[in-house]
Design a binder for this molecule. Structure first.
Ligand code: IMP
Ligand code: MG
Length: 188
């Protein structure tokens, strides 16, 4: 993909910039209420790369003292279907032992990636561990997991924008849109 973003590749805007902004303010207030009184430090972990926009906006909306950490994971599988087998490509730089950990993730789909990640981070003995997802596709779940905090439940459609990619591109769309199937048909 080159040149200007072709907005015609987007079938429809599913979550607008304005809706994202409003909902993140609400999530921030919810987290502030739940975490402000806790003993122990808070660590907000960004799951690269998809959560980057959500993470940056959420951290500011929370208005709490916290550490911002980054974790790179790669799950084997293709662009639209994960195997759930997670490999860490970049680990966080701090210990989470005894701390309150919040994972910021772009989307929960099958749930396999996050359930692996939860297993892995739990073994480091945080005081608590919660998941905050911008988007949730509950109809796709293959394991018994739900996000503790969720921005929007969405139908089973492949979405891009606000961090979510197609083949590495379109993460920088300011909204979440449904990609036209014609863009990825011919694949697989
Ligand atoms: P899960 O393990 O199936 O829950 O996969 C979650 C990961 O798959 C997310 O972190 C995304 O990187 C990717 N993913 C799932 N659905 C979409 C989508 O609709 N658009 C872009 N990426 C997606
Ligand atoms: Mg991806």
């Amino acid at each position: 993909m080159k040149g200007l973003i072709n907005h015609d590749d987007i079938a429809k805007v599913l979550v607008s910039e304005e809706q994202i902004k409003t909902r993140i303010a609400e999530l921030g207030a919810e987290l502030r209420r739940d975490y402000a009184h806790l003993d122990g430090e808070i660590v907000l972990i960004c799951i690269l790369k998809g959560a980057v926009m959500f993470f940056a906006d959420l951290a500011r909306a929370m208005d709490l003292n916290l550490q911002m950490e980054f974790m790179g994971i790669s799950s084997y599988g293709n662009e639209r279907k994960t195997s759930g087998i997670v490999r860490i490509t970049k680990d966080i730089d701090t210990s989470i032992m005894g701390k309150h950990v919040i994972i910021a993730e772009d989307i929960m789909d099958s749930g396999l990636t996050l359930s692996h990640l939860i297993q892995l981070l739990s073994s480091r003995n945080p005081a608590s561990l919660k998941v905050c997802c911008l988007l949730d596709k509950p109809s796709r779940r293959e394991t018994d997991i739900t996000p503790d905090y969720c921005g929007f439940e969405i139908p089973n459609e492949f979405v891009v924008g606000y961090g979510l990619d197609y083949d590495g591109f379109l993460r920088n769309l300011p909204y979440v849109g449904v990609l036209k199937p014609s863009v990825y048909s011919g694949e697989e």
